[in-house]
Design a binder for this molecule. Structure first.
Ligand code: PLP
Length: 377
């Protein structure tokens, strides 16, 4: 199997698996020895992860995934600051975990503004600034996009937000471990399984002092911000995944970029296509392309039959055939949007994998274009 869908999820790395197998079994809330061993593991993991990105460990709240962290950030801050205002700004290309949390807020009286993006998927800072009102209580702009990879100017957004004392959330689920990254936002979302860690662990880092209330209650866990017994094994694997990703990043990422360039060049030479996303300011592992006249879903199915896993649009949202909101926000029409395929690389992607994709994709493009109702000869 050739796996080029690492933006959906990644293979568990051996170091993370070993850390999970070695994890203490006790309940971290128990005061006996078994509980204390598990508590130490959770607190060590909190320190490893927070300090890897220059943050105070006391701000790191473990969750089950990035979706939960995004929900906690958006809904938790909005509720905490309701008396100050009811306006939230999110970029138009956020993950549904942010956009649907915003939609839930709009149903209970909040006002939501979507910061638009240009054709490369970048937000316009001057437009963002103009969207701010005295009632704005949260800005959410992701670090790197999961569909097209475009990086956002989050340091500049942080400055705009800080100058107006508005909490700023960034979803870094795709970016952490792939780019030099520090906690510059007030709230940061992370996810273990996007970086060769296990499913079942994510985190929201919260700058101490940021107003927020929990979404999940029923215990004093995680600084009273996320009730429920911690997933100790997954947290152990998460910390190991972060530590290892940061340790190898300077070696692995240039390799990944070289392989992605090979893939892009190989495909471009053999099939008409357009690359979606910013040409240079882009996550290193994502290549999203439009093959005009080719149905992206049909392409995914055809590649699957050849033993290759890729994704059309965003896998998290692709159970339906709704065209990608990200490509739409970038100004692409429905047809172009449906004709897009996302290849995403991991630390274990090889030159052979890329060679196989370059050999298989153009043949399928030609076949699918031949039966396409929209391509005229
Ligand atoms: N945020 C981004 C940017 C993502 O790419 C994803 C998953 O694709 C999520 C959030 C949701 O991640 P999780 O599966 O950890 O809930």
């Amino acid at each position: 199997m050739i796996y080029l869908d690492n933006a959906s999820t990644t293979r568990l790395r051996p170091e993370a698996r070993a850390a999970m197998q070695a994890a203490a079994f006790g309940n971290p809330s128990s005061i006996h020895a078994a509980g204390r061993a598990a508590r130490k593991l959770v607190e060590d993991a909190r320190e490893t992860i927070a300090e890897s990105y220059g943050g105070d460990p006391k701000g790191l709240v473990f969750t089950s995934c990035a979706t939960e962290a995004d929900n906690l950030a958006v809904l938790g801050v909005a509720e905490a600051l309701r008396a100050r205002g009811n306006h939230v700004i999110a970029s138009a290309v956020e993950h549904p975990a942010v956009l649907e949390a915003c939609a839930a807020l709009s149903r209970i009286g909040y006002e939501i503004s979507r910061a638009p993006v240009d054709e490369d998927g970048k937000i316009d800072l001057s437009v963002l600034e103009r969207l701010v009102t005295p009632r704005t209580i949260l800005i959410s702009v992701m670090t790197g996009n999961n569909e097209v990879g475009t990086l956002q100017p989050i340091e500049a957004v942080a400055e705009i937000a800080r100058a107006r004392k508005i909490p700023f959330h960034t979803d870094a689920a795709q970016a952490a471990g792939k780019i030099p990254f520090r906690f510059t936002a007030d709230l940061v979302t992370l996810s273990a399984h996007k970086m060769h860690g296990p499913r079942g662990a994510g985190a929201l880092w919260i700058r101490p002092g940021t107003p927020i209330v929990p979404r999940q209650v029923g215990g004093g866990h995680e600084f009273e911000l996320r009730a429920g017994t911690e997933n100790v094994e997954a947290i152990a694997g998460f910390a190991e995944a972060v530590r290892a990703a940061e340790a190898e990043r300077s070696e692995v990422v240039p390799l990944m970029e070289r392989l992605r360039a090979l893939l892009e060049e190989g495909l471009r030479a053999a099939a008409p296509m357009r690359v979606n996303g910013h040409p240079t300011e882009r996550l290193p592992h994502i290549l999203n392309v439009t093959f005009p006249g080719v149905d992206g879903e049909a392409m995914v199915v055809a590649l699957d039959a050849e033993g290759m896993c890729v994704s059309s649009g965003s896998a998290c949202a692709s159970q339906s055939l709704i065209p990608s909101h990200v490509l739409k926000a970038m100004g692409r029409g429905d047809e172009e949007t449906r004709a897009s395929v996302r290849f995403s690389l991991g630390r274990d992607t090889t030159e052979e994998d890329i060679g196989a994709a370059v050999a298989a994709v153009p043949k399928l493009v030609a076949r699918l274009r031949a039966i396409s109702p929209v391509v005229r000869p």
